[in-house]
Design a protein around this ligand. Structure first.
Ligand code: X90
Length: 276
């Protein structure tokens, strides 16, 4: 039996060794240009270009055909998407799954609404891969993933919420707070939407609060997946704090892909972690 994991590019994963994998890109669209969130894109250049581009900019999710192409020829597919509360990616994937299963009798597609993005999606994908390595059946993996997802969480810290507000993904009043120089908004993904928790001045203080929130929400030394947008310093700061108190925890730092970079903007951090 062959297994495949397919995720949309909001997971910030382009390569996923050990198992058949494909990323389905979202797109970032400005008045001047369209950016495809895949391995050919220079994200740093994109972030800078968008800061300098006037006019409307937004994003678009994969369509049904994009998902179908990514499913390829696999027999058992786990497809994971960014939160369905903020994107149509999940709805497209669900339609694609129906078409795929009808066209290829005997195949199975399980579409997972992460109700989140970034590092939390990575944790779910890593867990699926582990279960596949353990020779679990499709049905048993499905069941275990659903219960694992009760323990995965996501926090973020953002210096600017301009792109989120402009595209109707966050309350403009919240975005205004972050517009003040030096202020970061620390928030959580709650039921699939952005939940602002604190406004904090300065990066060190923000990382301290991030760690405090993680612990308050049940982090006890499990896995942590930190993705940053042009801000490796803060990611390192957070990692050190975590390891100082929980040396056994598995902490990895990565970069946000184009979709998460567009919304998290320069300096933004997105942190997926396991809680008990
Ligand atoms: O379909 C589309 O065009 C994509 C729209 C995505 C909108 C939200 C992206 C948020 C990305 C911001 C920090 C983490 C927030 C987590 C909320 C669940 C990154």
């Amino acid at each position: 039996m062959s297994f495949k994991i397919v995720s949309d590019s909001s997971s910030n994963v382009l390569e996923f060794p050990g198992i058949d994998f494909e990323s389905v890109p979202l797109k970032i669209i400005t008045a001047k240009k369209e950016y495809v969130d895949d391995e050919n894109l220079d994200i740093e250049a994109m972030v800078e270009e968008i800061r300098e581009t006037k006019g409307k900019s937004g994003t678009s999710c994969p369509n049904i055909g994009d998902w179908l192409r990514a499913f390829g020829e696999a027999e058992n597919i786990f497809a994971i998407t960014i939160t369905s509360k903020l994107s149509g990616s999940y709805a497209s994937a669900v339609e694609a799954a129906k078409i795929y299963e009808d066209a290829h009798p005997g195949t199975k597609v399980f579409v997972i609404d992460s109700l989140s993005t970034g590092g939390e999606m990575q944790l779910i994908m890593e867990y699926i891969r582990e279960l596949v390595f353990g020779n679990e059946t499709f049905e048993s993996i499905k069941e275990k993933v659903v219960s694992y997802m009760k323990k995965t969480k996501l926090l973020f810290s953002l210096r600017s919420l301009t792109n989120l507000a402009r595209n109707g993904r966050v309350n403009p009043a919240v975005a205004k707070i972050a517009g003040v120089l030096g202020i970061r908004v620390l928030g959580a993904a709650t039921e699939g939407v952005l939940d602002p928790l604190h406004k904090i001045r300065g990066e060190a203080k923000t990382m301290e609060m991030m760690f405090e929130e993680m612990k308050k929400r049940g982090f006890c030394g499990g896995k942590v997946r930190i993705d940053h947008c042009l801000n490796p310093e803060s990611a390192e700061m957070l990692k050190e704090k975590i390891l100082a108190q929980f040396p056994q925890s598995d902490v990895a730092i990565g970069k946000n892909g184009a979709l998460c970079s567009f919304y998290a903007e320069k300096g933004g951090l997105i942190v997926g972690y396991e809680s008990v």
